[in-house]
Write a protein that binds this ligand. Sequence first.
Ligand SMILES: [Zn+2]
Length: 407
Amino acid sequence: MRKINPHDFKVARRGTSREINRQIALNLIRTHQPISRADLARLMNVRRGVASLLVSELLSESLIFEGAVGESVGRGRRPTSLFIDSRQRCVVGVDIRASRTYILVTDLMGRQLGVVSSFQTNREVDVLIQELARRIKQILVDYKEVGACEGVGVAVPGMVDPAKGRVMHAPTLSWRDVNLRDPLAVALGIPVHIENSGKACALAQVWTTRSDVVSSGSSVFVSVSDGVGVGIVVNGEVLRGRHNTAGEFGHVPLSIDGPKCSCGATGCWEAYISNLATLSRYFGQDLSEPRPRDTETANFSVEDLIARARAGDAKALAAVNSTARYLGLGLASIINALDPGRIYIGGEITTAWSLIEPIVRSALRERTLTDFGGATEIHVVPAEDHPRLRGAVALVAAPAFAAPMVA
Ligand SMILES: [Zn+2]
């Protein structure tokens, strides 16, 4: 079995199976819409008649629709263009974090419908599943106009067995071998897909990037929140490893006798750069310890800390700057190991990017082994883009456009 990458596989040839041609056409329409039949045929490098046949098929299955765009040329008919039919079909994305869980509804193209809602994460998985099911059902009732729900994608802060739909290990939640997918699907009556949050972010990045920009290269997505998730893309495919656990750079030690990590070890990268690690540094106490907090530390977020740093609080700035340095040192390890074309960074710490970028860059240059490694492109994904929720949505929406496994 080999997997066809629909981004790479732009040109159809004689003998290319009909199913793959359909996926190529769908993906080209998605990334270039509005697009005419003639342009589609040109991009696919097939005859007009072949493209038209595919288009008729996709139209009859309501996967695409056609509409008029632009002015007519001369006295002729206005040219019609093709669009993916994302009307009346929605996807729910869920981002589970140790502290809070977030929910977003989008259309089939990943466009946001309505607002992001959130609630405190209950670590009792049965309780969390019931609460999630209740809230998602309510959202689908509240937003009747979004139409039928195609599926629910869940980004999980841990290692996921995609075949069994179980969470193998989520250190920040103290979950081991937790059954998440099937009970949630039963409670909702809708298909549910779960994936590690770093991998989900990486998948969304591949999916939303127009196929004519960056698709076949290698990239890494680093998501910094309660923990650190890393997703790796090699040649346009998310790297999974034998057990779907590849990419756990968050648990590669920066120092073997560093601070305690949620995984039980000490000195992991995550224990230096997670939001909790940054806040712990500021307050001078280990906030990962499960003990009652005073009201100041309990309600204080990394965004609050960054606001103080920007306002001139020297202690806050020092805590943020330390995180920046550790972030750069860890990114250097990733670059030395993988030599990616680009690194994406998401998470609350990125709201301080204008403050911390020089420190991140200098730490990165200090530990990368070549000049081009030190110059690796870093792209910040803004918090308002909700990269983890986009990743969760991509778990449902992206496969609809991906080429199937072919023999
Ligand atoms: Zn660890």
